[in-house]
Write a protein that binds this ligand. Structure first.
Ligand code: LAN
Length: 728
C-alpha cells in the first residue's frame, strides 16, 4: 500500500502557504484531447518545457498579453476578444479549461484512491487542500457546489477528503468545518450518496444505508423499470454501488478512520442506531425527499436484505462486475463520469487486486479529471468540456465573420482539425451488451476516449464542422459527406415519441420512475427527459445540414424537425420562456428555443410564441442593459434575479432576441454596451458567477462561455444592428 503519501501535512494556521510553485505546473495534451496537469520538480525540466499562455491563464498567473486598441464598435470588441481567446487555444486545436463547480467530486477521488491504497503527489494533495480552503463558506462548511450554502453532504465528505489528504484535525480550517458539520447535526444526516462514500471509508455503518439491490440487474430487459432504462449517469453509478454494497466493501480500520469516527458525529459513533439513519437526511440537503412509494419499497427491500439468497446475491454481484468491466473497456477506464469512474476503480481493485492492469489503468485515468486551477486542484464534472467549447467557438467565428479574416484563419482550421479527430467513428466495442446507444458518427461532450454520444454535442459539433468547412477560405474538407451523414443518422435515431430530444439516449422508462429517485440531492435523474436545449441543437444542425446536402433522408429530416418544433411549442412556459436544465436558466434555454423557431420561420413578427418569449426577456432586462439570473432559478423553476448583472446571460438573452429578429434596436444596443463595458483592455472578460447546472440542484462552471458567447453575440449584434438601421 502506498499510504506513506498520505502523511499529515504542516499547513500554517493562517492557511497562507506558498502551497506549490505555480511556475512549475504544466498541462499535457494527448492527441485525443485528454489533458493532465504535471508538476515539474527539477529546474532542468522547467527549462526544457516552458510554461504556455494557457498554462498561465488557468493558473491565474499574469499572461502578459498586450492591451489592444480600444474598440469603437461591437465587432471590434469581438475581434479583440478573439485575439485574446486565440492565445488560449492549444497546439492540438481545442481550448482546454477547468470544469469545476460540484463539491462532491474531490471526496470520491480522495476516498476512492485512499481505500485502493493509491496515493497522490504531495503537490496534488496541497493543491486539493488549497481548493477546499478557497471554497469553504464563511461558516466553515461546504455546499453541494461552489456557490451553494453549506450542507451535510458537502461538509462531511470534503472534511473527510481534507483529513485524508493530510490536514490535521486541529487546524483552524478543520476545526471550523467540524463546528459547521456539528451544527448541521453531524454526519448521520448525510444524504444517501454520502452515506455510501462514508461507508466505503468505514466511518459510517453499512446498516445505515438503504439497500442498493444489485439483483435488479437480473431482471429481464423488458421490465419497464429495469435499470438499463434509467438515465445513463444514474444507472452507471448504481452498478458499482450495487457491487460495493453487495460485498459491503470497507476500508480497514486505521488511525485516520478511527479518528474520523470521532470527528464527524455529535454523539458516540459506537452507540448510533444505524438502521434509524437510513432515511435521515438533513433538511439543508434535501432537494428530492423520498416518495411514499420509495419508502414502501425500502421496507420491502430491507426485509429481503435480511434473507437475501446467497447464490442470487452472488449472481447479481457478478453481473454488476461484468457491467463495470464492459464500461471500463468501452472507455479505457475513463468512464462516463467522475463518480462512476472512482467507484469502478474500487470494484476493479476489489475483484482483481491493485497490481492488476485494470487497477493501474484506473489509477492513471484519475488525472484526466484533476484540474489545476487558480484556486487549487479540483476534480472536474467530466474530463473537460472540449467538444462543447470548440463547437461554440467554431460557430461564433463564422457567424461573426471573424473566421473569414486572415488573422484567425489558422486558428479556425486548427479547430476544424480537432473536430475531425474528435468525431466517434465506430459503435462501442461492447454495444448492445452494455446497453449503449449507437455512437458511430456522434460527437461526445469532451473527448473521443470518453466516447459517449450526446444529442446536442453531436448537433453543435456537426454545425461547427459545416460552418468551418464551408465558410473558412481554403479550409480542407476533412470530414467527408459520409461522415456528416453518419452524424445525421445519430441525430435522427434520438427523437423521442413526444418529438423532443434527451441527452444521451432515448427515454427508455416511464417518467414516473422519478418517484423512485433515491438520491435526495438531485432532481430528474431516474430517466432521460426531453430538453429544449438538446432538441434545438438537433433541429438547427439538421436545418443547416440540409442546406448543404439537400438530398439525404429528406423526408426523415423534415418529419423530425416538424415534430421537434411541436415539442418546443409545448415546452414553452406560460410566462414566455423555456426552462434550462443544463445552463442557468431561462436565458439559456430561451436562446436555444428561439434559434430553433427562427429556423422554421417563426420570429417576432410572424409567431405569437416568439413574440411572447421576446417580451418575457425584455421584461427581465435590467437598468444597466444586462440580464442576471441566479442558479436558484434552476432549483425553483422560476425566474430568480442574480444580485449582479451577468455578461454570459446578457449574451444569451441578446442572442435570443436576434434569433427572433426582434425589431427594436435599443435593448440590443444597451446589452452590447454592457458587455463591452466589462471587457478588459487585453480583450478578455473577467470570470463572473457560475454558468451551468445539472440535475436541478448542482451548478457547474463553463469558464470559456465568457469568451464564446461574448464574441459571438457582439459580432452578430454588430451586423444585426446595421441591418436594422438600413431597413429603416
Ligand atoms: C453534463 C455536461 C454537458 C451536458 C450538456 C451537453 C450541456 C447537456 O445539454 C446534455 C447533458 C450533459 C452532457 C451533461 C450531463 C450530466 C453531466 C455529465 C454534466 C452536467 C457534467 C457533469 C454531469 C455528471 C452527471 C456529473 C457527475 C454526477 C453525478 C450525479 C453522477
Amino acid at each position: 500500500r502506498d499510504m506513506a503519501t498520505y502523511a499529515p501535512l504542516d499547513i500554517p494556521a493562517s492557511g497562507a502557504l506558498p502551497f506549490t510553485d505555480y511556475t512549475r505546473w504544466r498541462l499535457r495534451l494527448s492527441p485525443n484531447g485528454d489533458h493532465t496537469w504535471h508538476y515539474l520538480r527539477t529546474d532542468d525540466e522547467v527549462a526544457a518545457w516552458p510554461q504556455s499562455t494557457y498554462d498561465k491563464y488557468w493558473l491565474g498567473q499574469d499572461v502578459g498579453l498586450p492591451d489592444l486598441p480600444p474598440p469603437t464598435n461591437a465587432l471590434e470588441a469581438a475581434r479583440n476578444g478573439y485575439r485574446f481567446f486565440q492565445k488560449l487555444q492549444t497546439e492540438r486545436g481545442h481550448w482546454a479549461g477547468e470544469y469545476g463547480g460540484p463539491m462532491f467530486l474531490i471526496p470520491g477521488l480522495v476516498i476512492g484512491s485512499y481505500v485502493c491504497g493509491i496515493g497522490f503527489k504531495t503537490e496534488e494533495r496541497l493543491e486539493m487542500i488549497r481548493y477546499l480552503f478557497n471554497h469553504a463558506n464563511k461558516d466553515g462548511g461546504w455546499g453541494i457546489h461552489i456557490e451553494g450554502p453549506s450542507t451535510v453532504f458537502g461538509t462531511a465528505l470534503n472534511y473527510c477528503a481534507a483529513r485524508i489528504l493530510g490536514l490535521k484535525a486541529d487546524h483552524p480550517v478543520a476545526v471550523k468545518a467540524r463546528g459547521c458539520l456539528h451544527k448541521l447535526g453531524g454526519a448521520v444526516g448525510v444524504p444517501s450518496w454520502g452515506k455510501f462514500w462514508l461507508s466505503i471509508l468505514n466511518v459510517y455503518d453499512w446498516e445505515g444505508n438503504h439497500p442498493i439491490p444489485s439483483e435488479l440487474w437480473l431482471l429481464p430487459d423488458w421490465v419497464p423499470i429495469h435499470p438499463h432504462r434509467w438515465w445513463i449517469h444514474t444507472r452507471n453509478v448504481y452498478i458499482p454501488m450495487g457491487y460495493l454494497y453487495g460485498v459491503r466493501f470497507k476500508m480497514e480500520e486505521n488511525d485516520v478512520v478511527l479518528s474520523l469516527r470521532e470527528e464527524l458525529y455529535t454523539t458516540n459513533y459506537y452507540s448510533i442506531d444505524w438502521p434509524a439513519q437510513r432515511s435521515n437526511v438533513a433538511a439543508v440537503d434535501l432537494y428530492t425527499p423520498h416518495s411514499t412509494v420509495l419508502e414502501g419499497l425500502y421496507t420491502l427491500l430491507g426485509a429481503y436484505e435480511s434473507c437475501a439468497l446467497p447464490p442470487l446475491r452472488r449472481a447479481a454481484i457478478r453481473r454488476c462486475y461484468e457491467l463495470v468491466v464492459l464500461e471500463d473497456e468501452n472507455t479505457d477506464c475513463q468512464d462516463l463520469g467522475p463518480v462512476n469512474k472512482m467507484m469502478n476503480q474500487i470494484v476493479r481493485v476489489h475483484a482483481e487486486g491493485r497490481e492488476s492492469a485494470a487497477a493501474k489503468a484506473h489509477f492513471a485515468r484519475r488525472h484526466d479529471f484533476m484540474w489545476m486551477g487558480a484556486e487549487g486542484m479540483m476534480m472536474c464534472g467530466t474530463n473537460g468540456s472540449q467538444l462543447w467549447d470548440i463547437a461554440f467557438v467554431g460557430q461564433a467565428l463564422i457567424e461573426t465573420g471573424l473566421g473569414a479574416e486572415e488573422e484567425f484563419r489558422e486558428s479556425a482550421v486548427k479547430a476544424l482539425e480537432w473536430l475531425d479527430n474528435c468525431q466517434i467513428r465506430e459503435n462501442p466495442k461492447h454495444y448492445h451488451t452494455a446497453y449503449r446507444h449507437q455512437t458511430k458518427g456522434a460527437w461526445p461532450f469532451s473527448t473521443k476516449t470518453q466516447g459517449y454520444t450526446v444529442s446536442d454535442c453531436t448537433g453543435e459539433g456537426l454545425k461547427a464542422v459545416l460552418y468551418l468547412q464551408e465558410h473558412v477560405k481554403g479550409a480542407p474538407k476533412l470530414i467527408s459527406e459520409r461522415r456528416l451523414c453518419d452524424a445525421v443518422d445519430v441525430l435522427l435515431s434520438l427523437q423521442n415519441t413526444e418529438g423532443g430530444f434527451a441527452s444521451y439516449e432515448l427515454i427508455r422508462a416511464p417518467l414516473w420512475m422519478e418517484w423512485l429517485n433515491p438520491a435526495e440531492v438531485f432532481g430528474n435523474i431516474m430517466t432521460e427527459f426531453n430538453y429544449p436545449e438538446c432538441t434545438t441543437s438537433v433541429i438547427t444542425a439538421l436545418a443547416i445540414f440540409r442546406k448543404h446536402y439537400p438530398h439525404y433522408r429528406v423526408a426523415d429530416i423534415q418529419r423530425t424537425m416538424t415534430r421537434a418544433v411541436d415539442y418546443l411549442h409545448k415546452a414553452q412556459r406560460p410566462e414566455g420562456g423555456w426552462f434550462g436544465s443544463w445552463g442557468i436558466c431561462f436565458t439559456y434555454a430561451t436562446q436555444f428555443a428561439l434559434e430553433s423557431l427562427s429556423l422554421v420561420g417563426e420570429t417576432y413578427e410572424t409567431s405569437a410564441a416568439s413574440r411572447r418569449a421576446c417580451d418575457f426577456l425584455i421584461s427581465k432586462q435590467r437598468a444597466d442593459g444586462g440580464w442576471g439570473e441566479s442558479y436558484k432559478a434552476c432549483e425553483s423553476i422560476e425566474w430568480v434575479e442574480h444580485q449582479d448583472t451577468q455578461v454570459v446571460q446578457t449574451c444569451w438573452a441578446t442572442m435570443a432576441l436576434m434569433y427572433a429578429k426582434y425589431p427594436h434596436p435599443e435593448p440590443i444596443e444597451r446589452a452590447v454596451k454592457l458587455v463591452m463595458s466589462r471587457q478588459r483592455p487585453d480583450g478578455s472578460w473577467p470570470q463572473e458567477a457560475i454558468e451551468g447546472v445539472f440535475n436541478k440542484n448542482v451548478a457547474i462552471s463553463y469558464p470559456n462561455f465568457k469568451f464564446e458567447f461574448t464574441i459571438w453575440m457582439l459580432g452578430r449584434a454588430h451586423r444585426y444592428l446595421e441591418e436594422l438601421r438600413t431597413r429603416k
